[in-house]
Design a protein around this ligand. Sequence first.
Ligand SMILES: [Zn+2]
Length: 329
Amino acid sequence: MLFAGIGEDGQERLLASRVAVVGCGAIGAAAAGLLVRAGVGCVRILDRDFVEPSNLQRQTLFDESDAAQSLPKAVAAERKLKAINADVAVEGVLADLGPQNIEELLTGFDLILDGTDNFETRHLVNDFAVKSSRPWIYAAAVASYGLTFAVRPGLTACLACLLETGNGSGLEQTCDTIGVLGPVVNLIASLEVAEALKLLAGREEALNGRLISCDVWTGHFQSVRVARNPDCRACARREFIYLEGDAQPHITMCGRDSVQIHERGRSLDLQALQKRLAPVVSGIRCNEFLLRFLSPPYEMTVFADGRAILKGTRDPAIARSLYARYVGA
Ligand SMILES: [Zn+2]
């Protein structure tokens, strides 16, 4: 309230705002923390993954006990954020955002923040935001480099203007293959949330309107104006191909040496599955959200909605066969 850019009325607007954070990895966790501390009234965090020890180097909301318990990030984040500011309605949702559930999960929010780690989901969010005329803020980082851009449908370029014109983002590599430095994700999350606060407080005139990129290793910072593409697939031709369903295949790569098996509309009794698998697998562990076991050289994590992450391979055929063997065809 003391800061002139926000003031008392700006703070009241923040209090009345609803923000969804898609993905709670490094950028998402840092952004969610800043939003909750700023007193944004309602923050929903969507994430499909669980906390692992290797996340702790950069994912500032989590700690060793979250990793030891294999807590879903959505659950661990909700607990931490509620402890930080009990007056904010924080809602962690363990879900794999896709065309089939995006309406249900993202409708009714004033702003969507990018905390995801893949372009499939970013394009899906962009399609949804452009179609429903909601702002969203793109943010990404790998290695020592990151960038962010606030998309305001109808007013600015959208993600498709930016990426579907053939000048790639340079972010095709993922954190799982080349790593990412903690400082760059926190820097990008800070820039993202600064734009978010301007939007939510009704200070649109303060938005920078630029694609900002920075490399904390080389010290190279850049800010460029991005023109709308008059023939943009999403914001001009309104062809929302990512919303239209089968853009997402059944099995997708997720990180180095792992695949995700998407299985929806299936609800698993994890306790029963644990009992059934205990004699045939090793290292079996279960909490109320997920079941994990080893079948060397693989490690499989199964969620209550039937989704599974298989570590140790990038081969969809192996994933399909192990899933059929242990969870069911
Ligand atoms: Zn566009």
